[in-house]
Design a protein around this ligand. Structure first.
Ligand code: CS2
Length: 464
């Protein structure tokens, strides 16, 4: 079967890719970006006829996406899997892909290009190389960038490009982090300080916060086969997504930007309430289902949420522990939102693996769970259900041989002295609570939190 390309185009993208010039760069061109910002950017171009917003995607590590997209003229499809028949759409907004390890200088040059006025990034929690609330200056990659090589870290790339630009840039973080934009600004500022020179243009560079939402599981061979069936040509770069898509962006830009609001995004003054509701409700219950589900042997999130007990716990986590900590944005009904979240998780066509969501827990937990724990403890409440989710992570860390986590060596060495089967619950809890890159002293020192953890770990190790 032939391959999707300009000359093999069964369903044309809504935008004419030939007409687009590159005005935007995206760092971290994984499946999520291709199913989210690239789609909204294309819809905005279609709605406005503005041809300035073709995208240069940057792979931070592997050349896989570039190698998939290059023979396809940058074209790929989004396979939408909802409750009915799947549907497919070819997207043309990504115009080229650079791979940072092959040519780090080309990445900086592209971001510094005056035709580029805006960029987005999805580099995952660990891509920020933070320790606590600041840049991890002990990170060897950050140190190597600071020492002057063509930068390879995200913060190093941004700093180098900002310093080279005459005009300020707008950098939109699209990762699941609290106050992602301001956080990134702080990290870049600390990088400049470590270099000993803060360029003038940094002051005018904008870092709006944004909340992104769409469930995008890793593509499987079955998805590629389905795409081929629907398209009549093969697409090696197809991405799978649920129908739901949301993007709320702080309206704070230094220069021109795509009219994303015409592509379905919401531009607003304050993203924080949206972001907090999403991280604490959706992402926390997602992680809970991932850890508890994996411990019960469920392969996918949909299977986990079909387990009535797990569904009830996810619901309880949201209503009992999270909702009391939130000030919802006007127009968002939290109870209805929680129900929609569980319905979305139950989508049987998505096959989102529990192990995929369980990845990188050491950097996800502080963002999506521990803020809730802290707020509830401060209010004098017992955060019972969310603590079960943290306990499930602890047991998962102990039981998983090849833990997929940037801090796996540290976590595994913290528990190295424990028996591999049936560790004493208090010993497991204390060993992991002591990892200070995950748990801050206030949490470590809370006897309420510790006692709950020990109870839950004891229960989970007997009946997962
Ligand atoms: C998930 C998210 O993998 C994970 O940690 O919780 O990727 C989740 O699917 C998205 O944030 C949904 O918007």
């Amino acid at each position: 079967m032939s391959r999707l390309s300009f000359t093999n185009l069964p369903v044309a993208p809504e935008v004419d890719p030939h007409a687009l010039s590159v005005g935007m760069v995206h760092l971290g061109i994984g499946a999520f970006h291709r199913a989210h910002q690239a789609v909204v950017t294309e819809r905005a171009a279609v709605a406005t006829g503005d041809t300035r917003w073709g995208i240069t995607g940057v792979s931070q590590r592997s050349a896989t996406v570039r190698d998939q997209l290059a023979p396809q003229d940058g074209l790929y499809s989004v396979l939408e899997r909802g409750l009915g028949e799947p549907s497919i759409q070819v997207i043309g907004s990504i115009r080229d892909v650079l791979t940072a390890p092959d040519d780090p200088e080309a990445v900086v040059a592209r971001i510094a290009d005056p035709a580029v006025s805006v960029m987005t990034l999805t580099v995952t929690e660990k891509g920020y190389r933070a320790a606590g609330t600041g840049l991890d200056l002990n990170d060897p990659e950050i140190q190597a960038d600071l020492a002057g090589r063509p930068p390879r870290t995200v913060v190093g790339q941004l700093a180098a490009a900002i310093a080279r630009r005459p005009e300020p840039l707008t950098i939109v973080s699209c990762d699941n982090l609290v106050a992602n934009g301001p956080f990134l600004r702080k990290l870049v500022g600390e990088y400049f300080e470590a270099l000993g020179k803060v360029p003038e243009v940094f002051e005018a560079t904008r870092f709006p916060a944004s909340m992104v939402d769409r469930i995008v599981p890793a593509t499987t061979e079955a998805d590629r086969a389905e795409a081929a069936r629907l398209l009549g040509v093969r697409d090696e770069a197809v991405v799978v997504a649920e129908p739901f898509l949301q993007w709320v962006i702080e309206d704070d830009f230094a220069g021109d930007r795509p009219a994303w609001e015409r592509g379905g995004a919401v531009l607003t003054r304050d993203v924080a309430p949206w972001e907090q509701a999403k991280l604490r409700m959706l992402n926390a219950s997602h992680s809970m289902l991932a850890y508890l589900g994996a411990l019960r042997g469920y392969e996918t999130i949909a299977e986990a949420v079909r387990d009535e007990e797990l569904a009830r716990l996810a619901q309880q986590l949201m209503t009992d522990d999270v909702v009391p900590t939130l000030s919802p944005p006007a127009g968002l009904d939290l109870a209805a939102y929680g129900e929609t979240v569980l319905e979305r998780f139950a989508n049987p066509a998505l096959k989102h693996r529990t192990r995929q969501v369980a990845m990188d827990g050491s950097v996800k937990l502080p963002v999506r769970m521990l803020g809730t724990v802290r707020d509830r403890l401060t209010a004098g409440a017992e955060p019972r259900t969310i603590t079960l989710a943290v306990a499930a992570w602890m047991v998962y860390v102990h039981q998983t041989p090849n833990l997929d986590d940037p801090q796996a060596p540290r976590l595994k060495s913290a528990i190295a002295n424990l028996p591999t089967t049936s560790p004493p619950p208090a010993a497991l809890v204390d060993a992991l609570l002591a990892v200070d890159s995950v748990f801050t002293p206030d949490l470590r020192d809370s006897t309420v939190f510790r006692d709950l953890l020990v109870d839950h770990v004891a229960a989970l190790t007997t009946h997962p």
